[in-house]
Design a protein around this ligand. Structure first.
Ligand SMILES: [Mg+2]
Length: 316
């Protein structure tokens, strides 16, 4: 866990650095609230802050108030460290939004356990966030979490002037799998499908379950052509998925999927709904051209070479 120390007194700061370093925390050390505030706005922002109260430039109470006003997805646990020991000072410190209060000079044992309490709360918060954002069956992001990540990705793309791409995919004739083999097999197919998509993605790509058997992947810093190649690789790998039955009495279930690809240019002011709509149009084209293929939005053209024969079976 990353811990930030905010302390203007060099001796006290050094003591904290040494002690918390020995406990195995990753330490960021700052000399006043203003410096700490800058760290909080960067990508290296810590989960836990131990801050002195009285400091030049910006004091601990103001730092805490500013952190509480931030629109930050993760909680920041804040421990105020001070020589002020009056009841009304404690109350003022806690009113600023601090989670805990330690009086200087600090006792090592007390500090250690108070930091442990903070760590426990942060871990619980991470666990709850993860549960709230994840599709229970497949482990992909749920739709709400995916859309929230997408809004961040659009801002990032504009800021960094980098294109990104979306792949919207749907298992072909999935209803037939459920009708023929039952929902348990259907669930297994969904899990394998989701895993196969993830295995064709890079660590910073992300995938969400968009609807029943429909999944959506976001590929940052990726143009349409590159995304088309990824989707084509996914399509080929999905074809080779085999969902076997425990008793081996039936043949393994085999599936195919259709893919629609769309890209977002950082120069456009397109909304998220509109980008997804384009991916959906491409997916629709892949379905109507006979399924088990990849279509890209630019001219809604087929990417899959020698696409399989068209079929006019039921929708899905
Ligand atoms: Mg001080």
């Amino acid at each position: 866990m990353r811990v930030m120390i905010v302390e203007d007194d060099p001796i006290s700061r050094h003591l904290l650095e040494t002690f918390l370093g020995e406990l195995g925390y990753e330490i960021i050390s700052t000399c006043d609230g203003l410096e700490a505030w800058e760290v909080m706005q960067g990508s290296e922002a810590p989960s836990l802050v131990i801050s002195d109260w009285m400091m030049p430039a910006m004091d601990g109470v103001e730092l805490c108030e500013r952190i509480r006003r931030m629109d930050k997805p993760d909680y920041t646990y804040f421990i105020l460290l001070t020589a002020k020991g009056d009841k009304k000072d404690v109350i003022k410190g806690l009113e600023s939004g601090a989670d805990d209060f330690i009086i200087k000079p600090f006792d090592r044992g007390e500090l250690k356990f108070r930091v442990k309490i903070g760590e426990r709360i942060i871990n619980l918060e991470h666990r709850i966030t993860q549960l709230a954002n994840t599709d229970f069956l497949t482990g992909a992001l749920n739709r709400r979490a995916f859309m929230a990540r997408m809004e961040e990705e659009i801002s990032r793309s504009i800021r960094k002037h980098k294109e990104f791409s979306l792949i919207l995919t749907d298992i072909d004739h999935f209803k037939k799998v459920n009708d023929t083999h039952g929902h348990q097999v259907g669930d297994l197919v969904l899990q394998k499908f989701s895993t196969e998509l993830s295995e064709n993605m890079r660590p910073y790509d992300f995938v969400g379950r968009y609807g029943g058997e429909e999944f959506i992947a976001c590929l940052p810093d990726t143009n349409m052509e590159q995304a088309g190649l990824t989707a084509e690789r996914m399509r080929l790998n999905v074809e080779s998925i085999q969902c076997s039955f425990q008793d081996n009495t039936s043949l393994p279930v085999q599936i195919t999927a259709s893919f629609g690809v769309a890209s977002f240019k950082p120069t456009s002011d397109e909304s998220l709904d509109s980008i997804i709509k384009r991916a959906d149009d491409a997916l629709y084209m892949a379905k109507s051209e006979g399924r088990n293929r990849v279509c890209a939005y630019h001219n809604v053209s087929s990417i899959t070479k020698n696409p399989p024969e068209s079929s006019n079976e039921q929708a899905g």
